[in-house]
Design a protein around this ligand. Structure first.
Ligand SMILES: NC(=O)c1ccc[n+]([C@@H]2O[C@H](COP(=O)([O-])OP(=O)(O)OC[C@H]3O[C@@H](n4cnc5c(N)ncnc54)[C@H](OP(=O)(O)O)[C@@H]3O)[C@@H](O)[C@H]2O)c1
Length: 215
């Protein structure tokens, strides 16, 4: 498939590289058409990789991943032409974190709203599925790096979009348990889990762990 990655940081690069390994074509988007990270990523990927603006990546992708910083996600989405987003599935990996007061970061939106909902509200015909934001990027695309069974959460308003993302998580990335929390308002809980992840990271001294729900 042709996949658009919005974001040139470690998350965009890791997901983009994994998708290329799996045989997909990936265009990485940025605020500018000559971003240095995107150029370096493209050179390392060698084949099936390209880069451009956020709008060009969205136009290219049949499926999109939002891997922009939480504070930049809405302006990244706003910079994309409506026609390049309408009816597309966007996997929203971003977290609304503010690091400006040091560690730990604080959430810029919570309780009554979330970044996932704000993106959905901004572009009503985009099919936003929040996923993968509650773990380290290496675990996102290599869940087997955490031993035993563990969980990835998703939420969104469009059931077909969630079915597609569930298929991608299981068949492409190797997830076994995908927990659908319901509509996009469940982004609140998924994003508010991130401060807990940060505390666990400090306590455990590693990024390679994940949540597992036991009934
Ligand atoms: N690191 C992890 O393991 C992890 C795990 C879960 C979730 N996440 C989330 O994944 C997302 C990506 O993280 P990351 O560390 O790879 O990258 P990042 O440094 O958080 O974000 C980089 C991207 O954000 C864009 N950006 C920054 N400010 C912007 C603005 N004002 N307007 C538009 N775009 C802006 C940058 O655009 P340019 O390319 O133009 O510079 C770049 O593409 C974040 O939301 C993060 O919270 C990360």
């Amino acid at each position: 498939m042709n996949i658009g990655i919005l974001g040139t940081g470690v998350v965009g690069q890791t997901i983009g590289s994994r998708l290329i390994e799996l045989g997909h074509n990936v265009k990485m988007g940025s605020r500018t058409s000559n971003n240095a990270n995107a150029r370096a990523w493209m050179r390392a990927a060698k084949e099936n990789a390209s880069h451009g603006t956020f709008d060009e990546a969205a136009e290219f992708g049949e499926i999109l991943f939002n891997c922009t910083s939480g504070k930049g996600s809405l302006s990244a989405i706003e910079s994309i032409k409506t026609a390049n987003l309408n009816n597309k599935v966007l996997v929203d990996v971003a977290n609304p974190l503010d690091f400006s007061h040091g560690m730990p970061p604080v959430l810029t939106v919570c309780n009554y709203d979330s970044l996932g909902e704000q993106i959905q509200h901004e572009r009503p015909l985009l099919r936003v599925v929040k996923a993968l934001n509650t773990m380290n990027v290496d675990v996102m695309v290599h869940p087997e790096r955490v031993s035993g069974q563990h969980d990835v959460f998703i939420c969104g308003n469009d059931n077909d979009a969630k079915s597609l993302v569930t298929m991608m998580l299981i068949e492409w990335f190797g997830w076994e348990t995908v927990i659908d929390l319901g509509d996009i308002s469940n982004s609140r809980g998924m994003e508010m889990a991130v401060p807990l992840w940060i505390s666990l990271n400090k306590k455990l001294g590693t990024n390679i762990f994940n949540f597992k729900v036991v009934k």
